[in-house]
Design a protein around this ligand. Structure first.
Ligand SMILES: [Zn+2]
Ligand SMILES: [Zn+2]
Length: 314
């Protein structure tokens, strides 16, 4: 944020006019994943791709880990790309998994770190349950196979299982594996005990961040529960919602823009990029945010690192 003080002495009056100019970004991408969670690229490679594709404000938002943040920040500083810290936290709500993106968080905050560590620790047992379900369908050794893709049990996700099933020729794409095996009601799905939605939002706020409800169209909740989700998110300090994301159709973009206006939430945008082979959209390849909405970066002015970047416009 730039603050200009203009002394209007020529009018014979002794007062200061304070004019606030908000930073404007033309191509922000505030949601993507590196190999520290279920992406395939390093933070440095992602930063380079983001920069090459014209992204002018970038956040890496790995699932339940801040391990890639230092590398992401160093890479953006070298490239002159504005950066803000990020994480995508898995949250439990009415038996469903909800994703909350935390932007501008203090990456050393003990409360947030503890919550993320607990979420990571529960990934191993959940993966064992998923593997047992797949074994019952005649797909043995899925745990070992998925682990080879993840490297670390604390990172194991459905995406790693999906990559293994594609590798062994069970399905042709990650999306197909999800549809047939890895969603509720399918044999490779196992429910998960994540931290509660309220705890996730509260810890993001305690760490100085802005909590953003990720890709809302992806949750399969009845209408009343959706309202309860929005109410709970707001009550505990949620301030933003992803409106433009690769998971949303143009109609859904308008639908969640209306939710943002109604609730007074800031809006965010992100590709949710995971891999050049699997992602439908490249970093930064996003439609513009609909008008008359407050962009989430207005709430992150103190948290955006622009060191080395050209002024982000005015
Ligand atoms: Zn997500
Ligand atoms: Zn994501």
């Amino acid at each position: 944020m730039h603050v200009c003080f203009s002394h209007l002495a020529d009018r014979g009056e002794e007062y200061w006019h304070i004019h606030t100019m908000l930073s404007v970004y033309h191509c922000p991408d505030l949601h993507c994943h590196s190999h520290y969670s279920d992406g395939t690229l390093s933070p440095a490679d992602l930063a380079r791709q983001a920069h090459a594709q014209g992204v002018d404000l970038w956040a890496l938002t790995d699932h339940d880990t801040l391990a890639g943040q230092a590398e992401a920040r160093a890479s953006t500083q070298a490239l002159g790309l504005a950066w803000v810290s990020g994480v995508e936290v898995s949250a439990g709500f009415l038996g469903q998994t909800i994703h909350v993106v935390g932007l501008g968080v203090d990456v050393r905050h003990p409360g947030l770190q503890a919550l993320l560590a607990a979420n990571r620790a529960s990934r191993g047992p959940r993966a064992q349950a998923m593997a047992a379900g797949l074994a019952a369908q005649g797909i043995p050794n899925a745990y070992t196979g998925a682990l080879r893709h993840a490297q670390d049990p604390a990172r194991l996700s459905r995406t790693h299982f999906a990559r293994y099933l594609v590798e062994i020729g069970r399905c042709r794409s990650v999306a197909e594996v999800f549809r047939h095996y890895l969603v509720p009601g399918r044999p490779g799905y196992a429910p998960h005990q994540w931290a509660s939605l309220s705890a996730c939002v509260e810890q993001i706020r305690a760490a100085g961040g802005v909590a953003v409800l990720a890709h809302p169209a992806r949750y399969k909740l009845p209408a009343l529960q959706v309202q309860l989700l929005f109410d709970t998110f707001a009550e505990h300090g949620g301030q933003g919602i992803e409106v433009v994301t690769s998971a949303h159709t143009p109609t859904q973009v308008q639908q969640y823009a209306a939710v943002a206006r109604e609730r007074g939430w800031a809006v965010s945008c992100g590709s949710d990029f995971h891999s050049p082979d699997e992602s439908r959209y490249l970093l930064g390849a996003l439609a513009p945010l609909p008008g008359r909405l407050q962009p989430v970066w207005d709430l992150l002015r103190e948290r955006i690192d622009q060191s080395g970047s050209p002024a982000a416009g005015t």
